[in-house]
Write a protein that binds this ligand. Structure first.
Ligand code: DLL
Length: 432
């Protein structure tokens, strides 16, 4: 089933004509309404008239997360606040969050995009869907919420957490679909098993996204909750969920190409790579008014397949995210930057500037261990001094990151030293 069949099956040529028309509109819109873009475009000598083909997008400079942050909170908005009807923000970045705004049209397009994705995954108006993403500034919950309502599903906004109650409702309502991060879904599965109620659940579909998930992990979750799971991708800067999602054939995530123009670039040289290459995904929003994005560097690594899919959809498909070009970590759904940790650690003079971040997954939950070297041996014999230091670091990290970490103080000179760039992150989550 398709939510907007005419659009989702457009011949490639038609898609590209529409994208070109919208790209010209967007350049003009950004030029006129966002000073930041106006200055950038002027410097690059780009006007809407200069865009004659989709390839001409290469003349437009890239936009980065730093650009959004530098213009905190509303500097990149394309409309006065009067026209903004919703504001979201990304979780825990260094200092200030990334703030995004939506007009009424944006919300309408957003719910259309999500409606397409959930329908492609197999959701229908017969479904009772429990949304176990955290409601709040995060785009995930409300994004899925509106899209699912649009297709007529019965939405149950349970939010994340309260797992046993979540499972009780699932049982009582005979919930048929679950929206969650794959890791939370896994925890729900485990808890339901412990409660001995797996057989009493009626789940058929898992709409998972917002973090990476290996095929092995997906199969495991499918088995534990006895459902069929699809993956969907997005980010707050571009919209939230709704950028792309798998159809039931699960051979890549269909990009909503009438709203998003995707490119793959080499993150080092910043050159656009030929079709089919793997690299950093760069996305231009073609219709967004609230906060339009010109060539936004997602830092996510993927590749795009432009062959029409056997499901009938012609929208290109991006492969599952391979990783990120930067070091941003997603711990239990919270974005954590190593630089945030570093800035906390540097505030303590009893420790040396050598640290390592070890991320593991235990009981289906991410765990971050921060290993820090003591500056010297003076504290080694002083147990209460060590404990006090450990406690203070733990407290400050929690204040800045919003999550619990395990703090381990290790002996001076026990961590690896580096000749070139440091590699401080040891991510063991996908090792098992
Ligand atoms: O996670 C939006 C979203 C919500 C997508 C719910 C899907 C479902 P942010 O919090 O801004 O937005 O985080 C965006 O999360 O750049 C990716 O690195 C990662 N990410 C999102 N979806 C996937 C996915 C939402 N399906 C960042 N697979 C992105 C792997 C994903 N990584």
């Amino acid at each position: 089933m398709m939510f907007q069949k005419d659009i989702e099956t457009m011949p490639r040529q038609k898609i590209e004509e529409l994208q070109l028309e919208r790209l010209k509109w967007l350049v003009d819109y950004c030029d006129k309404n966002v000073k930041f873009y106006h200055d950038r475009l002027e410097k690059a000598g780009v006007t809407a008239e200069k865009i004659k083909s989709l390839e001409d997008i290469k003349y437009i400079p890239y936009t980065t997360k730093e650009d959004i942050r530098d213009n905190y909170p509303f500097g990149l908005f394309g409309t006065p606040l009067k026209k903004i009807v919703r504001i979201h923000a990304s979780s825990g970045t260094t200092g200030k969050p990334t703030v995004v705004g939506y007009t009424k049209n944006d919300l309408d397009n957003w719910s259309d995009c999500v409606a397409r994705i959930v329908m492609a995954a197999g959701a229908t108006d017969e479904d009772i869907v429990q949304i176990a993403f955290g409601y709040g500034l995060f785009t995930g919950a409300l994004g899925l919420h509106y899209g699912l309502e649009k297709i007529g599903a019965a939405v149950v906004p349970t939010s994340s957490g309260n797992t046993e109650k979540q499972i009780m409702l699932m049982q009582d309502f005979q919930t048929t679909a679950l929206v969650a991060t794959p890791s939370y879904a896994q925890f729900i599965g485990e808890t339901a098993k412990e409660m001995g109620v797996i057989d009493k659940l009626n789940l058929k579909l898992g709409l998972f996204g917002s973090e990476g998930c290996t095929e092995e992990m997906r199969s495991q979750v499918e088995k534990s909750l006895n459902l069929f799971a699809t993956d969907n991708y997005g980010m707050s800067e571009l919209m939230g969920p709704g950028v792309s999602g798998e159809c039931e054939l699960r051979c890549g995530m269909h990009i909503n190409e009438d709203h998003f123009l995707a490119e793959i670039i080499d993150p080092k040289t910043q050159e656009v790579l030929p079709r089919g290459s793997q690299g950093e995904l760069v996305v231009t929003t073609l219709t967004k008014e609230g906060i339009p994005m010109l060539r936004y560097r997602t830092k996510d690594i993927t590749e795009i397949n432009y062959e029409p899919c056997k499901c009938g959809r012609t929208f290109a498909r991006m492969s599952k995210i391979k990783g990120r070009t930067d070091d941003m970590l997603k711990i239990r759904g919270v974005n954590v930057f190593p630089s945030q940790i570093e800035s906390v650690l540097m505030g303590f003079d009893q420790i040396a500037p050598h640290y390592q971040l070890v991320i593991t997954r235990e009981n289906f939950s991410d765990r971050l261990e921060v290993k820090i070297e003591l500056a010297d041996g003076s504290l080694l014999e002083n147990y209460s001094g060590l404990e006090q230091l450990r406690g203070s670091i733990h407290h400050d990290l929690k204040t800045v990151l919003g999550i619990d970490t395990k703090v381990s103080l290790v002996e001076h000179k026990s961590l690896e030293r580096f000749q070139g760039k440091a590699k401080r992150i040891v991510d063991l989550r996908n090792e098992k």
